[in-house]
Design a protein around this ligand. Sequence first.
Ligand SMILES: [Cu+2]
Length: 70
Amino acid sequence: MSQKITLTVNNIGCASCAKKIEDALSKKDGVIKIDINLSSKNVLLEYDENKVSVKDMILIIEKTGYNVEK
Ligand SMILES: [Cu+2]
């Protein structure tokens, strides 16, 4: 069963930031869909909770160099 969550990543500045985050997340098994809104800095994620946790996805974003608002 897939779940959805929206994370706010406050230092996304441009389309290449969004691309970097998207590339990193898409490599993770269980991440089904990534939708990044540049103006709101919201990252909508659809994921399989049996394969990946929200914590895992936050870590991936942070390792890429971005800050997830908590
Ligand atoms: Cu950028």
